[in-house]
Design a protein around this ligand. Structure first.
Ligand SMILES: *Cc1c(COP(=O)(O)O)cnc(C)c1O
Length: 219
């Protein structure tokens, strides 16, 4: 694989304010090391055990993002080091993250995952549910988490108009809660649609296969 070339090719196209999360799930330590040596410091992983293992073996200045579906009983394993959790899809998960962050004496940054796709299988909160959390009294009591913004995944379709509508709905929603989060992190866009996502207001993209090549398997 030409990881360094791929990375530079993407980075050279990106506006300065876009954060690139290199999605390294299922990829070996050597591949991550190659990207790291090429200057990439932010990596995203989907599986808790894999993330913990990789974090242990790799340089400590890597910023690890958890981008998968997180089960409450596994928060404790990543709480000591994770720098951003993208997929917060329930109030109870947010409270558990707060609890584990407190135990580790830190504040953990989180994104609420919004459900925008037409498919039934994806996780996420409705706009109403996300708004309810942000405006609740209980939320203001959670001192060991910060909700910095929102994460979303568009429908898996070739219909770009559909994807665009879904991305823009997140941007609109974020404006409607600007009294709670004034400058939100907006995490949407993957290998297949990151340019469209950026046009639709994304400022954090999660790119895997365009950097590391196709994954041989998906868990
Ligand atoms: C795997 C994954 C990505 C990256 O997908 P690519 O198509 O390989 O860029 C981004 N976000 C999430 C949540 C993922 O699970």
């Amino acid at each position: 694989m030409h990881i360094e070339e791929n990375l530079l090719f993407i980075k050279n196209k990106l506006p300065k304010h876009i954060c690139l999360v290199a999605v390294s799930k299922t990829k070996p330590i050597e591949a991550i090391t190659e990207a790291y040596k090429a200057g990439q410091k932010v990596f995203g992983e989907n599986y808790v055990q894999e993330l913990v293992e990789k974090q242990h073996h790799l340089p400590k200045d890597i910023e690890w993002h958890f981008i998968g579906h997180l089960q409450s009983n596994k928060v404790k394993y990543i709480a000591p080091f994770v720098s951003l959790i993208h997929g917060v899809d329930s109030f109870s998960l947010l409270k558990e993250i707060n609890k584990q962050a407190q135990k580790n004496n830190r504040v953990i940054n989180c994104l609420l995952q919004l459900y925008i796709a037409k498919e039934e299988t994806k996780f996420g909160l409705s706009f109403d549910e996300a708004k309810y959390i942000l405006e609740s009294e209980e939320y203001t009591q959670l001192k060991n988490i910060t909700v910095n913004g929102f994460m979303a995944m568009a429908s898996n379709t070739n219909n770009l108009q559909q994807v665009k509508t879904e991305f823009l709905s997140v941007l609109e929603f974020s404006k409607s809660v600007s009294h709670k989060i004034s400058v939100p992190v907006l995490s949407y866009g993957m290998s297949s649609d990151y340019e469209l996502a950026i046009d639709c207001g994304s400022n954090m993209i999660r790119v895997g296969s365009s950097i590391f090549g196709e994954r041989k398997y998906t868990k």
